[in-house]
Write a protein that binds this ligand. Sequence first.
Ligand code: SF4
Ligand code: SF4
Length: 354
Amino acid sequence: VLECVESIGGISSIIQPGDKVLIKPNMLQGRLPEEAITTHPVVVEAVVNMVKDIGAIPMIGDSPGGPARGMESFWDITGFSAVSKRTGAKLVNFEKTGSYKKTRNNIDYRIAKKVIDADIIINLPKVKTHGLTIFTCAVKNMYGVVPGLIKTEYHKNAPNPSKFAEYVVDIYALSKPQLNIVDGIIGMDGTGPSAGNPKKLGMVLASTDGVAVDVLLCEMLGKSPMKIPTNRIASEQGLGEADLNNIEVIGDIPVVNDFKWPPNIAGSLDRIPPSIARGLMKLFWSRPAIDKKVCTNCKTCVKSCPVDALIENTPFPEFEYGECINCLCCMEMCPEKAVYEDKSRLSRLISRFA
Ligand code: SF4
Ligand code: SF4
């Protein structure tokens, strides 16, 4: 991590002694580091030490995806408590420290006070696939600066992937980190961001430009960068460099040619003439379902649903599909990986070519 940051000018080119530095890892759930859902604590600790060495004041903060009761257990399981104990870096609970209203593109957002009040923000994302946004790294990681269940409200207001990506990009712009350090040592492919497979990628990236990092990573992992809505929208809004010809890469790029992307079904339908696509839509569906062999009826999915489309029941929660907006928050938050995407035969067929 140190070598990587040195290669772009070193931490002293970004942080001054005495700065309050908010370090924002990915802490989607309280999960063990080896599950590759959260930023690895080794990376967090390396960054905390860099910040301390320059005489600045590090804090570690994030807000998990769903209802975050018992945040202390999240810190413990992810390994961030141990980092805090070893280094003295304070852990910040965004739910308890409040938020400011910030407006962008005529939409009001709540952003954690500690993020806005920090002198410097260091974004520490994990490289992962994502069922809704296809990819999550630097830009999407900043969505965690919205405290608690307010995040699910935004899902409700922006039910389709492109609209949701506009929200994600707004929040990135409102909390724009000065430095992005990517944990791509073990990423996640398949059905990320929580139910996929840990994938050895063997890379750490650092950049002051989070959009450039995301664009480069998509290219490296075999996905056309502009097929990812957050890349396209952030680039259209001039939030970073999206032209690969203008992105200078220092160091070696590992070759990864078997990264498994989730299907981009919306993108596939975009390529079909609208009259045919409308007819196909009746035969085409994909929706969340629960694997009853795995579900423990913990109700996390029920509490995470922004539109109350999941009803508490015994022995398992039940879906009200008429209400469901397909945001996949339930899949993202299920600690047992019991929620999967059920698909019609036509959806499965399209997925194979997506
Ligand atoms: S599906 Fe997952 S989150 Fe929902 S009740 Fe079952 S185990 Fe809990
Ligand atoms: S049931 Fe799941 S996918 Fe449907 S709206 Fe609720 S959280 Fe989103």
